[in-house]
Every structure is written in C-alpha cells, then in structure tokens.
Ligand binder design. Structure first.
Ligand SMILES: C[S@@+](CC[C@H](N)C(=O)[O-])C[C@H]1O[C@@H](n2cnc3c(N)ncnc32)[C@H](O)[C@@H]1O
Length: 263
C-alpha cells in the first residue's frame, strides 16, 4: 500500500481526512487497502441489496432514454472493480465502454474479472473524475456509482462530467441517500454509523468503514444533488429511490442543443 500521511484507525487502516491537502491521495490509499475485499464486503454490508441496485438503475435509464436508442459510447467514472461497466457492456451490445478510476488496485481487479461482455468493447484507464482525459461530448452515457462522496469539488466535477457527455446524452449516477421515513432513517443510521464500521473493523478496515458514514454526511441529498446537476448544465433531472430510499438513482441529460451554454 502507498505510504501516505493522514489519519489511521487503531488497526492501521487508512482513514481519509477531508480537511487535508492530501485528501485525494488518502482516498486512493483507502481504496487500495479495501480493493480486494470490496465486492464481498459490500454484498454483506448491503444485505445483498447491491445486486439489484445497478441493474435496476439501467431499467430506469432505458425508460428515461426511450426514443434515444441504446448508448454506443459509455463512461463509468470511478469504476472500481467494474461491475457497472460490465453491466453496461452486456446491456448495450456493440457499445464501447470505458471505466476510469484513480486507484490502480481497483483497475487491476476490473481488468482481471471475466469479461462476458459479448460484442461490446470494454477498456480501463487510470484517471480522476475531476480531469477526464476525453474530448468534449465524447459519451452517450456518463455514469457513476457510489463515488460522489469522495469528490470534494462536486459542482466543478459535475461540470466536467457534463463536458464529456454528448448533446442529448445521459448522466446516470447511484448514491447512498437517507431514507425519508423517520423510523427507517433511525434504523439506517444505527446500521451505517455503528454496525458497518464494526464489521469493517472485524476485517481489518476500521478506517475506511468509519470514513463511510462520515463522508455520507457531507454528500448532498436528492434535492440538493438535483440542483447541483442543474447548475452544472444538466436538464431533466430525475431521482428514483431504491430500497426504501437508502440508494437513489439520479438521471439527467445534457441538452440536445450543442450551443446550449454550460454553467
Ligand atoms: C465505493 S467505490 C465504487 C466503485 C464502483 N463504482 C461500484 O459501483 O462498485 C468508489 C470508487 O471511486 C474511486 N474514486 C475515488 N476518488 C475518485 C475520483 N476523484 N475520481 C474518480 N474516481 C474516484 C475509488 O478509487 C473507488 O474505486
């Protein structure tokens, strides 16, 4: 693991500090630390719900894009081990899908996973959401799952996502959100703020799984996130809660008119 300054949990695992100038490096160190166990841990911590969140997001997207046809060029931002990118490649035969992530250990896992993507092409590259190495309007679909809580400059990053989205193209993101029901919200917090960090500590990753609830507190909820998307130049923003609101699918589109002003 890369040696970085920053907080460490008692078990020595990294715990990124949002106030640190090294925050981006600390986030990478954290994802390097959990890269191997990330998929199985999420599966257990989400009580198996994670297997439906991503496919459901695509069903919602296809309804949203009705009349636009299947996307032919797709970017997965913060692809991690590549689950979302692989689903897109299977769903849109003939498409070209690129997954980017700044954490090499995640990209290695993505590249190692069985492709099973039929006629779609799938590629991986090291990059950050803040500086995407692609020309303007390159992708029919720009997507991302569970990444935004790691982005300190969300408004500017959304503008970067809009830049690489083709006119008429779509943005699809999935994020953890607070359930609306007060009772379920209390249960959600007990689970996320206490049980998940405890589970993380049990597998030698106390830092990352203490950072998880902390980082979610600084993540805008659906109304504020929708406003940020609109402010970044996206239109037709929709939010679709899943699993009683603990996850939200966000959909938006870059207006068709290529001359439409950015933010
Ligand atoms: C919680 S994982 C989600 C992975 C994957 N999208 C999924 O659905 O499982 C967050 C990912 O965001 C990546 N990440 C962190 N900071 C990033 C940044 N500034 N730009 C792009 N990706 C970033 C991490 O390396 C990590 O792979």
């Amino acid at each position: 693991m890369t040696a970085v300054a920053g907080r460490r949990a008692p078990d020595g695992s990294p715990y990124p500090d949002r106030a640190s100038p090294e925050f981006a490096r600390e986030v990478r160190a954290m994802f390097t630390h959990i890269a191997n166990g990330y998929g199985p841990f999420d599966h257990v911590a989400s009580l198996g719900n994670d297997v439906v969140w991503r496919p459901r997001a695509f069903w919602t997207l296809d309804r949203y894009r009705r009349g636009r046809g299947a996307p032919r060029t797709v970017l997965d931002v913060g692809c991690g081990p590549g689950d979302l990118a692989r689903l897109a490649a299977r769903r849109y035969p003939g498409s070209r899908v690129v997954g980017i992530d700044p954490t090499r250990a995640m990209l290695r896992r993505a590249a190692r996973s069985a492709p099973g993507t039929g006629r779609a092409s799938l590629a991986w590259a090291e990059a950050t959401a803040e500086h995407l190495p692609f020309p303007d309007g390159r992708f029919d679909l720009v997507m991302s799952a569970f990444v935004f809580r790691n982005l300190p400059h969300l408004a500017a990053t959304l503008t970067e996502l809009r830049r690489v989205t083709a006119p008429g193209g779509s943005l699809l993101t999935l994020e953890i959100t607070e359930p609306r029901s007060p009772r379920f919200r209390a249960l959600f917090h007990a689970y996320f703020d206490h049980f998940v960090p405890w589970l993380g500590a049990a597998v030698g990753s106390a830092g990352p799984y203490r950072y998880l609830p902390e980082s979610l507190r600084s993540l805008p909820g659906p109304a504020a996130m929708s406003a940020l998307m609109t402010g970044a130049g996206f239109a037709r923003v929709e939010t679709h809660p899943q699993s009683l609101g603990i996850v939200t699918t966000y959909l938006a589109e870059r207006p068709d008119d290529p001359r439409s002003p950015g933010p």
